[in-house]
Write a protein that binds this ligand. Structure first.
Ligand code: SF4
Length: 451
């Protein structure tokens, strides 16, 4: 109880803060970054570099009420086919613009629902990717798979295209919770999808589960986690449901009075967390768990864990190219995001232009603060020697920066000459503590609850 009181005193139950999957957060992007800037950054990629690709499919068959993703509901394949044709054009353009010898080490298809593409579209898209880019021998190709929207033809098409990791969204297995969040997905449907993926040779499996859902209780989350554990996922992301109906209009369908309090959210998280730890999963960062042999767990143990738009990753490529509407690219110089509107994106690509709509060019201390925040989110610790090796900052200046944050979070942080650390009891505050290293103004309503 004293621990909970300490977290309350430090503001955990009232704060709204970024998730820091980028720094600065995407809410700070502006239209200073446009096509010509993107092109300069693309041309600066060193020949022979290894890069990552992200391909976005902004469509779903139905729109779940809890989901804040920018995605459109579609019933026919006509708009999907038109979008795939545009993607193929963007893929060809990007392949032509990349410097010689650049290789793709990671490929991720996300959405929306990438598995609503037909098997033929998947094969076609994959052939265009293979024609435009050179892939490394050990490329990791992951796809977000909706168990309600997959069949053997599509699994075979993805396996033939080289997919070797699948991500499955679970949310919660309780039928009443599924009803209230507008997302029906039975345990049997999820289990069948997992078994079909494994039969097709896709042995690496990620799953997402949510805490903080309406009417979620300790018993319900315990049951859901145990059902998920029976599917033996290699990695699990345990995300907090972010109720932001002023940003995601669909969430207005969810009754606010059914939502757990911030304190109850903390207990739900802790309950699920303990179940994963009891089942020998390794805890990773603020909200991930992985089997000890999984590459993300290895990366966490060896100091190679990174944070990106998908949360945590063991991908260490400096450059990520985003393809598709609203997709975000990351370069050593900054971030570039394609036009969010599918129509605007398609218009630009079809006109032979780059679809870049906005972004952020790093300036001042952005890179330094981005790395400080990433270290905290990944390891709960800033290694001062590493920071001073990689950035132009004096020992005194770094110590002052850390001291200022430590003073705001007494009892849950430790500063020394070699490091700044978030103590175990302060880990639920990690996003708030990271906020201490963020020098941008922030509007609370643009972000989600700190717990
Ligand atoms: S949860 Fe998945 S299927 Fe549902 S609206 Fe969001 S992206 Fe679409």
């Amino acid at each position: 109880m004293e621990h909970v009181n300490q977290l309350r005193r430090l503001g955990l139950f009232d704060a709204k803060v970024p998730r820091y999957t980028s720094y600065p957060p995407a809410t700070k992007f502006s239209n200073d970054v446009d096509g010509p800037v993107f092109l300069d950054w693309l041309r600066d990629i060193p020949p022979g570099a290894r890069i990552s690709l992200y391909l976005h499919v902004p469509f779903c068959r139905r729109l779940c009420w809890f989901c804040a993703c920018r995605t459109q509901g579609v019933q026919s394949d006509t708009p999907v086919q038109a979008y795939v044709d545009t993607l193929k054009q963007e893929i060809a353009t990007m392949g032509r613009l990349l410097p010689e010898g650049v290789e793709v080490a990671r490929l991720h298809w996300g959405g929306g629902t990438p598995t609503l593409l037909s098997a033929a579209m998947m094969t076609d898209l994959s052939a265009h990717l293979r024609a435009a880019f050179t892939f490394t021998q050990d490329v990791e190709f992951s796809v977000e798979v909706d168990p309600n929207e997959i069949d053997s033809a599509r699994i075979d098409a993805l396996a033939a295209a080289g997919m070797n990791r699948a991500s499955i969204g679970v949310q919660d297995f309780d039928p009443d919770i599924q009803q209230i969040i507008g997302r029906l997905q039975s345990y049997e449907v999820t289990r069948d999808a997992v078994e079909a993926l494994r039969r097709a040779g896709i042995h690496s499996l990620n799953a997402d589960i949510l805490f903080g859902l309406p009417n979620q209780s300790q018993e319900k989350i315990t049951d859901s986690v145990q059902m998920l554990l029976s599917l033996v996922p290699d990695r699990v992301a345990l995300y907090g449901y972010a109720h932001v109906p002023w940003m995601a209009k669909r969430q207005a369908m969810i009754p606010t009075e059914a939502l757990p309090t911030p304190e109850a959210r903390l207990h739900l998280f802790e309950t699920a967390r303990r179940l994963f730890l009891w089942d020998q999963y390794q805890e990773i960062g603020i909200d991930h768990f992985a089997r000890p042999e999984d590459s993300m767990a290895v990366a966490a143990r060896t100091g190679h864990l990174r944070r990106n738009f998908q949360g945590y990753t063991d991908d260490t490529c400096e450059v990520l190219i985003g393809l598709g509407a609203s997709a975000i690219s990351r370069f050593p110089q900054g971030y570039a995001q394609n036009a969010s509107s599918t129509a605007t994106y398609q218009k630009s690509v079809r006109a032979g232009e780059l679809a870049t709509g906005r972004g952020h060019a790093f300036k001042g201390q952005d890179r330094l603060r981005s790395r400080l925040i990433e270290m905290l989110m990944c390891e709960f610790r800033i290694d001062n020697a590493e920071i001073r090796r990689d950035f132009d900052i004096s020992e005194i200046e770094l110590a002052a920066l850390e001291r200022k944050v430590a003073d705001q979070f007494p009892g849950v942080t430790r500063t020394g000459t070699d490091s700044f650390e978030i103590l175990t009891e302060g880990r639920p505050l990690a996003r708030m503590i990271a906020r201490g290293f963020d020098e941008y103004e922030m509007r609370a309503e643009g972000h989600s609850s700190a717990i």
